[in-house]
Design a protein around this ligand. Structure first.
Ligand SMILES: [Zn+2]
Length: 81
């Protein structure tokens, strides 16, 4: 899904308002956390995932380099050669 064509102005504090329709379509609500990354000349906002970055599980999570990974995925990764 690609939705665009909306221009917003950054305020003096570096803030922008994300269009309500975009938030609604992605299930983003007030107080939700967003992951902000830069890719080339783009700033990407993504809804933070509360589970494992690989499988989405919320069981037995550990944090590695700021990302949550479940124990099963850690085990799978550690057996890779
Ligand atoms: Zn996992």
């Amino acid at each position: 899904m690609k939705v665009g064509g909306v221009i917003r102005t950054i305020d003096r504090l570096g803030r922008i308002v994300i269009p309500k329709s975009m938030c609604k379509s992605l299930g983003i609500q007030a107080e939700d956390e967003l992951d902000v990354t830069v890719e080339g000349e783009r700033i990407i906002l993504q809804k933070c995932r509360n589970g494992c970055v690989f499988c989405g599980s919320s069981d037995r999570l550990v944090v590695f380099n700021g990302r949550k990974v479940c124990a099963d995925c850690v085990d799978s990764i550690s057996t890779m050669k």
